[in-house]
Design a protein around this ligand. Structure first.
Ligand code: PLP
Length: 407
């Protein structure tokens, strides 16, 4: 198979040609500052308003003014949580989950060090939340609840409507990290008990470095970025005009193809799982029993190390990911899979395949052709490694391998 198989679309997606084309005039001809009074600037302001309406339509917001453009999903998550804490200074408690993206996880760990109390809700072996645990965690002191819509590593989708109803019944603001959901599942935030929703454009075929935060009308929100009057005083800083236009265009295209894409990509993902589970004994799908994103598959290969798989997959032109955080040279097991209590012999060998609108059946079959041989090779190295360890009484500096093995 010629070329590259890019199955790492939860990390980022390719920018659509139509999106790049829509952006270009705003990097060349229409370079006015949208805050300027003159026509050259204000015409750009009108285009930003159009993009805001396109993004509002994608997430099903009642009014485009509820959409604030940000620099990323990470900024949206930070702005939402910090914005709620600042607006409610008397409250010192946050509720989130153990399986959040680092944008929420890292922030909440930081806030914990600063003296906030954080409840980290756990998940079961399938990746599901216990709603009774959530109910019990909420208190008079809770300033905000922040829970992701779909998990970036496993694709597991949380029941946001049920969660939101529990949170709203207590009058607590509810933030949802929908970075992996926008463009993949239909969203109607206006009809749901959610108050703040974060999305990021590079997950749906627009550039990196642009995102949006939905803030429901009536929610008291303190801005994270302070300075000028942009975004109705809710996010200071001259707008990233071309990227905003690109995000709007990508949102419009995604909305138009949502059902069709989800169906087609879901079928390919299911085919990939069926083929791989058959051709690789000792493999399993993490989170399989749950409602999942149609494009995401997290597969564990028993006794292997995901990082080693990635290196060998890459040699065959296949881009995937472990979805786990890595520290220099040593693979840390995924915090998501650990929270799901994935047994030790399956934990390190997780590989995330995330498909896109551009994925094909030919690619799926190619991956299935390559993976069994890679698994066998790693098992062989692993067996040799074990034998070597037994035979060697002292470390042999000449025998190191570039491929990490977990025996
Ligand atoms: N939240 C989730 C669930 C994500 O998957 C990501 C990115 O992978 C982010 C937040 C951060 O988004 P960004 O890369 O735009 O900062």
């Amino acid at each position: 198979m010629a070329g590259e198989v890019y199955f790492d679309n939860n990390a980022t997606t390719r920018v659509l040609p139509e999106v790049a084309e829509a952006m270009l005039p705003f990097l060349t001809e229409f370079y006015g500052n949208p805050s300027s009074i003159h026509r050259f600037g204000s015409q750009v302001g009108q285009k930003i308003a159009d993009a805001r309406a396109q993004v509002a339509a994608l997430i099903g917001a009642a009014d485009p003014i509820e959409v604030i453009f940000t620099s990323s999903g990470t900024e949206g998550d930070n702005a939402a949580i910090r914005g709620m804490l600042e607006a409610r200074p008397d409250k010192r408690h946050i509720v989130t989950t153990q399986v959040e993206h680092s944008a929420v996880l890292g922030l909440c760990q930081h806030l914990e060090k600063k003296g906030y109390r954080v409840t980290w809700l756990g998940v079961d072996e399938n990746g599901a939340l216990d709603l009774e645990e959530l109910r019990a965690a909420l208190s008079e002191d809770t300033a905000v609840v922040s829970i992701m819509w779909a998990n970036n590593e496993t694709g597991v989708v949380f029941p946001i409507e049920q969660i939101g109803s529990i949170v709203r019944a207590r009058g607590i603001p509810f933030h949802v990290d929908a970075v992996q959901t926008a463009g993949k599942l239909p969203l109607q935030v206006k009809d749901l008990p959610v108050d703040l929703v974060t999305i990021s454009a590079h997950k749906f075929y627009a550039p990196k470095g642009i995102g949006a935060l939905y803030v429901r009308r009536g929610i008291t929100f303190s801005p994270f970025m302070i300075g000028g009057h942009q975004e109705r005083n809710r996010r200071a800083g001259t707008e990233n005009v071309a990227a905003i236009i690109g995000m709007g265009k990508a949102a419009e295209i995604a909305l138009g193809r949502l059902a069709e894409d989800a169906l087609r990509i879901g079928k390919l993902r299911d085919l990939l799982e069926t083929l791989l589970l058959e051709s690789c004994p000792g493999s399993r799908v993490n989170g399989k029993g749950q409602d999942r994103l149609p494009n995401t598959s997290n597969i564990s290969f028993r006794y292997l190390e995901g990082e080693s798989m990635l290196v060998l997959l890459d040699q065959q032109g296949i881009c995937a990911s472990t979805g786990s955080a890595c520290t220099a040279g040593s693979a840390e097991p995924s915090h998501v899979l650990r929270a799901m209590k994935v047994p030790a012999d399956w934990l390190q060998g997780a590989v995330r395949f995330s498909l896109s609108r551009f994925s094909t059946e030919e690619e799926v079959r190619y991956v299935n052709q390559m993976v069994p041989a890679i698994v066998q090779r790693l098992h062989g190295l692993s067996a040799l490694g074990k034998l070597g360890q037994q035979e060697r009484s002292q470390p042999d500096p000449g025998s190191s391998s570039t491929v990490g093995i977990r025996g």
